[in-house]
Design a protein around this ligand. Sequence first.
Ligand code: UDX
Length: 452
Amino acid sequence: MFTRRVAVVGTGYVGLTTGACLASLGHQVVCADIDTAKVERLRRGVVDIVEPGLAELVGEQVSAGRLSFVVGAAAAVADHTDGLDAEIVFLCLPTPMGVGGVADLRAVEAVVEETRELLAAGTVVVNKSTVPVGTAGRTAELLDRADVAVVSNPEFLREGSAVHDFLNPDRIVVGCDTAEAAERVAALYARLGAPTVLTDAASAELMKYAANCFLAMKLSYVNAMAELCERVGADIGDVTDGIGYDRRIGQAFLSPGPGWGGSCLPKDTHALLQVADAADFEFRLLRATIDTNTRQRQRIVDKVRAAVTGRRTGSLARVRLGLLGLTFKAGTDDLRDSPALAIAALLRQAGADLVGYDPALVPDPANPDKVAPGIVDGEVEGVPLVSDPVEAAQGAEALVVLTEWPVFRTLDWATMAGVMKQPVVVDTRNLLDPATLRRAGLTGIGLGRREA
Ligand code: UDX
């Protein structure tokens, strides 16, 4: 097995996962970040990101001498642990959605500027961040180095299973206009034995958007279908079960919910719409995917309104509601673009008095100073947090399940019902067993369910 000297710039969840996993495949990896305190923590084995298996893998690879951390991209590319230069440099930098949905590439540009004269001849620069189509070409222009190739190698990692996804990929995508550079990057992953798509840089960049927008479209479709189920008396669980057996459709990504969110799907759908606009292509299907998602939030508010007041136009003013789950999905403490928070904001606008419980946002007694990003004075975007689900139920006229945390299934629902003002649960994830709720004296209202 051959080993490469790899630099990874950026230690967010993509960068750190990439660095630790490439080290576990036997490569010699240096990870760089501009945040000195974070680098110090990583050197001590402290991983801030909640990602199963990541902290263990980082510790293991650091001990094995294959993974190290430095401050700044320059140190990573030119001064590798053994004093040698990196052969392959991964850029795993944030590309937030800027004005008008255009990806903000300043972090990538700054690193290119910082390292362009330091890269050894023959280095391959790999972009792993989701960037607009054409960025590899622009990066090459900025680098202005005929002896350095720029490759696009998009990641397809889900938060909450990033390490698993990295080591068990459905496919590896490597795009470059020079075949030799693409093959060198693909060879890094050879041990994983995954199907590998070698293509040009623009196709690789577009592929990432094509995948995420397709997933978003699948979810908007399912959410719209759930609404139709309610109107015609069908059951979305049975419908998705049935269509999922069709191998062309597949069972995955078919759960209705409060709308899709997180750090990728909203950003990428808007960015692709921009790409289409710029290319003078009216991408109506994608626009409808986004609109359906925005509408889904209002639909949940209407559902809560009807459940609490018994009327479609009833008032939620001063109605106390307990929100169960605030993160964008289960298994993470990430609140970025969380549909739960978007719905909370609409409920607040309607006058409701909210309180929220989320298992990932409960203070850790072993580490009381550690506060998840997004929590300010015990509140998340104006929603006061409690550290016990029963407290969220106290005096509530309804509980609204917004994140599919499995622990909610086994809560003591009879106790919850006992402290509520009105025994109603709006389950936007179809997570809970309706019979269990009924036995506890609660009325459960799901999405597109027959009993709803
Ligand atoms: C996503 C892509 O899956 C991943 O390939 C890409 O690299 C980054 O974006 P992630 O944002 O971590 O990953 O979350 P994902 O698990 O895909 O969920 C996205 C959103 O869809 C969440 O809000 C989730 O709750 C929602 N969702 C997902 C559903 O509502 N129903 C489902 O069946 C699946």
